[in-house]
Structures are given as structure tokens and as C-alpha cells.
Design a binder for this molecule. Structure first.
Ligand code: HEM
Length: 527
């Protein structure tokens, strides 16, 4: 009692010192608690610094080596490792089912909400960034049918139209590269262009026109496409801006907003501003078209059976479905913008990686070409060609479009995995990088070996999670898969990769949530 009174009176006597010392004391006490045996995760192995502070993960996310650094922890400490004061990563595929799939899986962590999108002054969570399953459900339900295999089959002409334009641009790029003495062609730019055009044509009811010279795009864009087919498409600035958000997504929301605004100001660039405005205009246009179509067809819509089933009909497009499900125009615009981002970055990166690997491994290219030329597959046969399937699956395994952990929260009732207990509220994750490069499941993990998928083990099927898993897996998995198969098959069939070689031996990335290809180029030249 006496000690307490002495402490209190000295603190009151020096209020300035108290204001300074109190938070420092609290931080020190919290740090001591986090590394003490009293902490509920004290039984999980891991190095000292991440146990002390979540700044460790924040730092590694920022510099872009999070996935490989966490993988190195697994190599040192085992399959279950503590990578933050309240955070654990598991590199054992047996944990996937409970974390992501069974009974809807565990909820996404709050920092997903840092990926919310603006529409003017309003921020909206997208289907991706929404953490509350009840809020996400009606939005996902409104659009899910567009991603069904039967809908995609009906919309195959739209996808093939984009793919054929892409193949033509790639062929032009090859010619121009050869004419300029083997100048490098940035295929990432073209694959991203295909992805934006496929998503916009198939889901938004109108092509963005990233690959078009003869569309109604403005002159600057036409010139950019013509110049060397390696200029960034106009949506690139917007896509890169959202990719870059992944480097500080672990920050608390208030700090995230400050850092994001500072970053936008510090890195202000005319091209990015133009890109953001162009995507905003495009999205505003498709939402307006959907609204006009809904009011023009109000009577027809009353009888749902009369609405045409074609996927790009103005009444059945992605924005039209959201509007008719009762979501306002502002939110619908934000959801559409998210598609342009989610749909172009990952599909573009995966397709470019597959083409890069085929150029790097001409023996694989020859096998895939022989198979395709022998079977002349239609849309429905593509995914059952064994070697082509191996090429696509191996590309998805190695491309690391989303290399880092997919974090979730252990529910309040807690969870025990293989005798290790995790209290409710623990941040828990599996990391695609560690699972995809696990030599016990994928021998010679860095090697590009399509044949390993001809008779895959159960563990391979379980641990390859390029699209995530369970109820929050990629909503557009079927669409992205169809795009990859159609594009890879048509590029191989056209013989464009004959004589192609890669400029670099590896694709170097920053391991942000959506990885960034360093230099934003994946170059090929032709010999
Ligand atoms: C090869 C291409 C693609 C890959 C590898 C990919 C990967 C992923 C992954 C890993 C997730 C889950 C993230 C998590 O659990 O935290 C995800 C979710 C999502 N993706 Fe994709 N994606 C691809 C293409 C697309 C496309 C083309 C679109 C849109 C047209 C899209 C839209 C979405 C959306 C909306 C979600 C959130 C789903 C939800 O939480 O309910 N993705 N994607």
C-alpha cells in the first residue's frame, strides 16, 4: 500500500514524465507478456522478434520477402511456427480443410478490409475484402452464376474473341521484336491486356479494349498499343496501384489510410492518375448501361424466365445482377473496379508465367504442341488433355500470383491441430509459397515438370492452392482457368513460341499479397 502511494504521488508530481513513461511501460509489459510462458501461444516455436511485435511481419510484407522468410522459419522451426505475437503459420496441407473449407472455414482477418475500394468519396468492401460472411453472401450469390461452367460454355465465343486478339497481338509483337534485332517483348503487358478484356467482355458486358487498336479508345492508347506492343496498357497504373496496397495491408486501418494517402501523394504520377480516371470512366459507363437496360426492360424483368440466358446480355451482366439484387450504383461501380484489378493481375501473371516456362523449356513446348495438334481440342476437351493440364497446373503452382499467407481467425471455441492448441482469436494461415514448394509433396519443387500432374498424388491435389480454398476461394476460378487453357492452347497451336527464349532465367517478384513482378516485365525474344 505504501509503495503504491509513493508511486502514485511521484507520478502525480511529474505529469509530463508520466504521459511519456506510461505508454512506454505498457509497451514493455506487453512485450514481456508476449514472450513469456503466460502467453497462450508460448508453446508454438518461433524466433524472438516476431513473437515480440507484429511489426516483423509488417516489415517483411513491405519489403516483399514475407513468403520466403516465413518458409525459412518453417525449415528451422517445423511445420507450425509463430510468425507474430498472435499469429501462426502452418506448412502442413492437412490443416487446409479445417482452416478454409469445413463449415465455411474460419473468417478472414480484419486487414482484408484494407483492400476496400473507393467510388468517389465512398469506400466499399468488395466481395474479396468483405470479412463478414453475412454481408458478403448476398453479393456473391447475385453474381455466382456467371462463373458456372455452363455459363462459361455459353460465353466461350466472347472469351475466344479476346484470346484470338491476344494471339494476333503476340504474333505482331514477335514480328516487331525480330524486325528490331531481337528486341525484348514484354508478354506480361499483353497477358494482362487479355485478362482485362476477357473479364470486361464476359462479365461487364463491354470490352475494355486493352488489346484493341481499332476500338473507340483515345488516340494515346492506340498509339501505345501500336508503338511496340510493350507499352503498359491504360489499366496498368490502376492495377499496379492496387497491387502495391499489399505491401502495407497489415497496418491497422487508421494507419493504413494515412500511409496510403502519403504514398499516393509521394508517388503521384500522371500515368497512374490517367489510368485511375480511365478505369473509373469505363466502370461508370458499364454501370450506367446496366441501369439503362434495367429500366428499359423493367416489365420484361418482372418475368425472369424471359430474360435471355447469354452471359453478356445487359440484363444479366455482373453490374446488372448487383443492381437488381438491390446494391446501389456506387457500390456496384466499386465491385466492378475490383474485378478489373483481381481479374487482370493474377490471370495476366499466371499466363505470362506459363508462356515464360514454355519458352524456357522447349521440350515441354514440343510435347504440348504435339498433343494439341494431334487432338485439335474444342472448348470442352481442353481441360482433359493430360499434358496441357500439366502445363497449366505447373504454371499455377510456380507462378506465385498470391504467394503469401491467406490469414484467417480461429473461432472463439478454439482449435486443436495434431495436438497443438490454438485459442480463439489466433491469426492462423497456410502460405501457398510453402505448400507449392514443399519438396516432400513436389520433388524438385522449383523445376517446371508438367508430367508430374499426369498421375498426381493426393497430397499434390490437396496442397496446390493457387486459387485459395473453400468458401472464400477465388470466385472466378472457372473463368480464369478457361482463359488460361484457351490462351495457352491457341498460342501453342499458332506456333508463336517457336524459337522463343526468355531474357532472364527467373521471374523475380516482390511477395506482396498480389505479387509484383520486379520491373513489371516478363520478356521474350526470338532466335
Ligand atoms: C489465375 C488467375 C487467378 C488466381 C490465381 C486467383 C487467386 C485468388 C485467390 C488465391 C483468392 C483467395 C484469397 C484469399 O483466400 O485470401 C482469390 C479470391 C478472389 N478472386 Fe481470384 N484469382 C484469379 C483470377 C480472378 C479473376 C479473373 C477474378 C475476377 C474476374 C477474380 C476475382 C476474385 C474475387 C472476387 C475473390 C474473392 C472471393 C471471396 O472472397 O469470396 N480472381 N483469387
Amino acid at each position: 500500500m505504501a509503495i503504491r502511494n509513493i508511486m502514485l504521488s511521484s507520478l502525480l508530481a511529474h505529469p509530463i514524465l508520466t504521459i511519456f513513461l506510461l505508454p512506454v511501460t505498457l509497451v514493455v509489459l506487453r512485450s514481456v507478456y508476449r514472450i513469456s510462458p503466460l502467453h497462450p501461444l508460448s508453446h508454438i516455436p518461433g524466433p524472438l522478434v516476431p513473437r515480440l511485435s507484429s511489426l516483423w511481419l509488417t516489415y517483411h510484407a513491405w519489403i516483399g520477402d514475407e513468403a520466403s522468410v516465413v518458409d525459412a522459419l518453417h525449415k528451422k522451426y517445423g511445420t507450425i511456427v509463430r510468425n507474430g505475437p498472435n499469429s501462426v503459420d502452418i506448412s502442413d496441407g492437412a490443416a487446409l480443410a479445417t482452416i478454409y473449407t469445413e463449415r465455411g472455414g474460419f473468417a478472414k482477418t480484419k486487414f482484408y478490409e484494407n483492400f476496400a475500394l473507393p467510388d468517389g468519396v465512398h469506400m466499399h468492401n468488395s466481395i474479396f475484402s468483405e470479412t463478414d460472411p453475412l454481408t458478403r453472401a448476398p453479393r456473391a450469390k447475385a453474381v455466382a452464376v456467371l462463373f458456372s461452367t455452363s455459363n462459361l460454355r455459353q460465353g466461350q465465343d466472347l472469351i475466344y474473341a479476346c484470346v484470338d486478339k491476344f494471339v494476333a497481338r503476340l504474333a505482331e509483337g514477335k514480328k516487331s521484336s525480330q524486325a528490331r534485332g531481337s528486341a525484348p517483348l514484354n508478354i506480361l503487358n499483353l497477358t494482362r491486356g487479355l485478362a482485362v478484356d476477357a473479364v470486361s467482355s464476359y462479365l461487364l458486358g463491354k470490352s475494355y479494349g486493352a488489346l484493341s487498336e481499332d476500338s473507340d479508345q483515345n488516340k494515346d492508347e492506340k498509339r501505345a498499343v501500336r508503338k511496340e506492343l510493350a507499352e503498359p496498357m491504360s489499366a496498368a497504373g490502376m492495377v499496379d496501384t492496387f497491387v502495391a496496397v499489399g505491401r502495407f495491408w497489415y497496418l491497422p486501418s487508421w494507419l493504413f489510410k494515412l500511409v496510403e494517402s502519403w504514398d499516393a501523394w509521394w508517388n503521384a504520377d500522371e500515368e497512374v492518375t490517367h489510368s485511375l480516371a480511365r478505369v473509373d470512366d469505363f466502370v461508370a459507363g458499364v454501370v450506367k448501361d446496366a441501369e439503362a437496360s434495367i429500366s428499359a426492360n423493367a416489365a420484361q424483368w418482372k418475368d425472369k424466365a424471359t430474360v435471355p440466358a447469354t452471359p453478356n446480355h445487359p440484363l444479366t451482366s455482373y453490374p446488372a445482377r448487383l443492381l437488381q439484387a438491390g446494391f446501389n450504383s456506387s457500390e456496384t461501380r466499386a465491385q466492378c473496379k475490383d474485378l478489373i484489378f483481381a481479374g487482370s493481375d493474377s490471370t495476366g501473371m499466371n499466363l505470362a508465367t506459363i508462356l515464360f516456362m514454355l519458352a524456357k523449356h522447349p521440350e515441354c513446348y514440343r510435347k504440348a504442341r504435339d498433343e494439341i495438334l494431334a487432338s485439335k481440342p474444342g472448348f470442352d476437351e481442353l481441360q482433359s488433355l493430360p499434358y496441357l493440364r500439366g502445363v497449366v497446373k505447373e504454371g499455377l503452382r510456380l507462378s506465385m500470383a498470391n504467394p503469401s499467407r491467406l490469414p484467417r481467425i480461429v473461432p472463439p471455441e478454439s482449435w486443436t491441430f495434431k495436438d497443438t492448441h490454438f485459442p480463439g482469436g489466433t491469426e492462423i494461415s497456410c502460405t501457398p509459397y510453402s505448400l507449392h514448394l514443399n519438396p516432400e509433396v513436389f520433388p524438385d519443387p522449383f523445376g517446371f515438370k508438367p508430367e508430374r500432374w499426369i498421375d498426381p498424388s493426393e497430397e499434390m491435389m490437396r496442397d496446390a492452392i493457387p486459387f485459395g480454398l473453400g468458401s472464400r476461394q477465388c470466385i472466378a476460378r472457372n473463368l480464369a482457368t478457361v482463359e488460361l487453357y484457351c490462351a495457352v492452347a491457341r498460342v501453342i497451336e499458332a506456333g508463336i513460341l517457336q524459337g522463343a527464349v526468355t531474357v532472364k532465367s527467373e521471374i523475380e517478384i516482390l511477395e506482396w499479397f498480389n505479387s509484383k513482378v520486379i520491373g513489371e516485365r516478363i520478356d521474350l525474344v526470338w532466335q
